[in-house]
Design a protein. Structure first.
Length: 169
């Protein structure tokens, strides 16, 4: 977290916000200058800021099941998520977990993160893509850090390119 605020109460704000320091966000107090994407707040509405940060913090983990045990999986550890009719599987570099959610529910939960849908049955974490190769019929091969290949279908290519910041031709 990056905090841009008035110096006279910076120490107090840092103490209030200490539990949220690991969230990737820029907080800017009204009256301070900052160019870029940020959450604007003022002292009077600090409780609303904390509610927002709490939601972001909750969004950082997903519950997965393996061998009848429940695990809390950080979204930063998830490589991709795969859905099959009523079942959904969460893949990390080391393991596979079953989710109690459907793929579209996980997609909604992961809005605003590094996840994006690449085909009808799969979400991928952009940070786990090693490289991308163009294939036939406007499809792309996504080669992951785990040395597996996933397919980006043409229906999702435009959204994918926008998410990674590639210029359209």
């Amino acid at each position: 977290m990056k905090l841009i605020c008035h110096s006279y109460h910076e120490k107090e704000l840092l103490e209030i916000l200490k539990d949220y320091m690991d969230i990737d966000i820029v907080l800017v107090e009204k009256g301070r200058n900052y160019e870029g994407l940020a959450y604007l707040f003022d002292e009077e509405h600090i409780h609303e800021l904390i509610q927002y940060l709490e939601k972001l913090k909750l969004k950082r983990n997903i519950v997965g099941y393996k061998h009848k045990r429940m695990y809390l999986i950080s979204i930063d550890d998830i490589e991709y998520i795969e859905g099959f009719s009523k079942e959904c599987y969460i893949h990390t570099l080391d393991d596979e977990y079953q989710s109690e959610y459907k793929l579209y529910e996980l997609e909604d939960m992961l809005q605003g993160t590094s996840f994006i849908r690449i085909n009808k049955s799969m979400l991928v974490n952009l940070f786990f893509i090693d490289y991308i190769l163009t294939e036939a019929n406007m499809k792309y091969g996504l080669y992951m850090r785990s040395h597996i290949k996933l397919t980006l279908n043409r229906k999702y290519v435009l959204t994918f390119k926008q998410k990674i910041g590639k210029r359209r031709k």
